[in-house]
Design a protein around this ligand. Structure first.
Ligand code: ZN
Length: 234
């Protein structure tokens, strides 16, 4: 899954508008941001097997540290704790902590049974939606556009950067998604590892876009009247 993880990040803004969209993306996409680095370090392994699944040719031979449920729960705990130490926002920290293992659940839907529950001799799980091109695209689009709708409803642009930046971000994500479908599979682990570093770009862009948007909707308006000022997002 690709777009779906970002959709969940967009949608999570509704629950905790004070958490930056960049942080929400970082959490929901954490497993896929960690994975290429573990590949480059030789700690995790992948093989490219053309035709393995309709949508993906990746054979995830060994990836228990980035993609086991137990490790994603642990990374979530650490990231949530880190967020709490920086921002002292317990609700935000809880959300960040939950978004990290949400990645495993969305991946469970599309991967073939290759997702471990824990490092070591674990059963491998996966429902295999990547065997259906239509099914995959429908699932990706539902989560992505559903989350985007919630984000657009819950925030409003402070300025032109916030208004157009969010569409730039959406365009970038769609471009990465579509180009991955049509470009030839990378052949070496190094190419995969370095190529996936591109996924930091939407995270960084999301931090920037979110700074130019602010909370909107009935709760924000009542908070504004209570405080007598415009609510800010951090
Ligand atoms: Zn993943």
């Amino acid at each position: 899954m690709f777009l779906g993880h970002f959709g969940l990040g967009f949608g999570a803004k509704t629950a905790q508008p004070r958490v930056s969209l960049g942080t929400l993306f970082l959490a929901s996409q954490f497993a896929d941001l960690l994975w290429p680095n573990l590949l480059l370090l030789g700690i995790e392994r992948v093989r490219v097997v053309p035709g393995l699944m309709t949508v993906s040719a990746f054979d995830f031979v060994h990836y228990p540290f980035s993609h086991s449920l137990a490790m994603d729960l642990l990374w979530g705990l650490l990231l949530g704790l880190g967020y709490w130490l920086l921002r002292r926002n317990a609700g935000g920290a809880l959300l960040v902590g939950l978004l990290v293992p949400s990645h495993w659940l969305l991946d469970l839907l599309v991967h073939r049974p290759d997702l471990p529950l824990f490092p070591g001799a674990s059963p491998l799980l996966g429902l295999g939606l990547w065997n259906s091109m239509v099914g995959t695209q429908v699932a990706e689009a539902l989560v992505f556009f559903g989350g985007l709708y919630l984000y657009l409803r819950r925030t409003r642009a402070r300025n032109r950067r916030g208004r157009y930046g969010v569409w730039g971000l959406v365009a970038l994500l769609l471009l990465i998604h579509v180009s991955a479908l049509f470009s030839p599979e990378p052949t070496t682990t190094a190419a995969i590892g370095w190529g996936c570093q591109l996924l930091w770009l939407p995270v960084l862009l999301a931090y920037w876009v979110d700074r130019h948007r602010e909370a909107a909707g009935p709760e924000a308006i009542s908070a504004e009247t209570r405080r007598g000022s415009v609510p800010s997002i951090s």
